[in-house]
Design a protein around this ligand. Structure first.
Ligand code: PGA
Ligand code: MG
Length: 225
């Protein structure tokens, strides 16, 4: 039996060009155990990914702020505080960096993302004043409520689906995956992972991006035979 998976998206299921690696489709469609997609992206992104992969929508979005599985959706965090902090960031000359339509934040419900090119030190100052934290995923800065984490999201999904987090294998690439690694029974970081993710993972593989994830899936499949 292959183990249940908790998979990060950016840096883990993607290519260096930020696109979904097309080999993901075959790899996950053949996976005979629950799969949770756990991301910092807003809710529609992982839902759409599951939908088009043809797998059940077991989703942790917004770094744990939104959890969806079965017929249940759960929200955690303080969206008003995040909105107030970002208003202050903008008032002091900061820029979210996503233009007027801003599809990165348009459907965000519990936290706010700022472009990785944004003013990090201003953002960190303002977030601290509002009692919020900033998570750097390598793809964006996320202004979020402390304690809202992918790991807590995995516990919530397991509660909904009557699974045990210790059965899961987590794969990720950045500091927003550390809590996921600590909650799952086993954990892998791909070679492009940041230092925090590498330090927290049980195993760091030699390959990067989806090459790394595919090598982990092959390894898990072989171990399960
Ligand atoms: O949205 C981000 O900044 C990163 O997303 P990820 O958690 O899927 O890597
Ligand atoms: Mg990632």
């Amino acid at each position: 039996m292959v183990p249940p998976l908790a998979l990060d998206i950016d840096g883990t299921l993607t290519t260096p060009e930020h696109t979904i690696d097309p080999r993901l489709f075959g790899a996950l469609q053949r996976w005979d155990a629950p799969i949770v997609i756990a991301t910092g992206k807003s809710f529609p992104y992982p839902v759409a990914l599951c939908h088009f992969l043809g797998i059940p929508e077991h989703v942790i979005a917004e770094n744990g702020g939104v959890v969806y599985a079965g017929d249940t959706i759960r929200f955690t965090g303080d969206p008003d505080r995040a909105a107030n902090a970002v208003r202050e960031f903008l008032d002091r000359g900061g820029d979210l960096g996503y233009g007027d339509v801003d599809t990165t934040n348009r459907w965000r419900e519990t936290e706010i993302a700022v472009s990785i090119d944004g003013d990090e030190s201003l953002l960190r100052d303002v977030a601290a004043e509002f009692g919020l934290e900033v998570v750097d995923t390598g793809y964006a800065f996320h202004v979020k409520t402390p304690g809202v984490e992918k790991g807590a999201g995995l516990e919530a999904i397991c509660d909904i689906l009557d699974l045990n987090p210790s059965e899961f294998v987590a794969i990720g690439d950045s500091e927003n995956d550390v809590s996921l690694f600590n909650t799952a029974g086993d954990s892998y970081a791909v070679a492009n992972a940041d230092e925090k993710a590498k330090a927290a993972a049980e195993t760091v593989v030699d390959e990067s991006y989806f090459d790394g994830t595919l090598s982990i899936l092959d390894r898990l499949r072989t171990q399960s035979i």
